[in-house]
Design a protein around this ligand. Structure first.
Ligand SMILES: [Zn+2]
Length: 107
């Protein structure tokens, strides 16, 4: 279990403790109010974990072929390149995958 998964589990445990059905002393509206930031943090961390997995383009160099002509774009480590068939037309350094948003450069 990585750091993000541990943080998600920690937040879920605390949120579940706040939402404890056996505790009738705290009104449900208060429980919901107090657990709302936990829900947001869990959602944000789940999105971060999903983004860090990357996609087929930044993990496996599968070309992006969303063009009507024979152009394609490749994401290769920290570089993006534009191809016309087998001819590279342009390339540049990038920090994030243009398709999934995964960070390609460590900060
Ligand atoms: Zn990607």
């Amino acid at each position: 279990m990585n750091e993000i998964e541990q943080a998600i589990r920690f937040l879920e445990k605390n949120r579940d403790a706040i939402q404890d059905k056996d505790n009738q002393l705290i009104p449900q509206t208060i429980k919901d109010k107090v657990s709302m930031p936990y829900d947001l943090a869990i959602q944000a961390l789940q999105e971060k974990a999903e983004r860090e997995k990357g996609c087929e383009h930044c993990n496996s160099h599968v070309p992006i072929n969303n063009f009507t002509k024979d152009y394609s774009i490749e994401v290769d480590d920290t570089e993006i390149s534009l191809w016309e068939d087998l001819k590279c037309l342009a390339y540049m350094k990038i920090n994030d995958c243009p398709m999934c948003g995964r960070k390609l450069v460590e900060e």
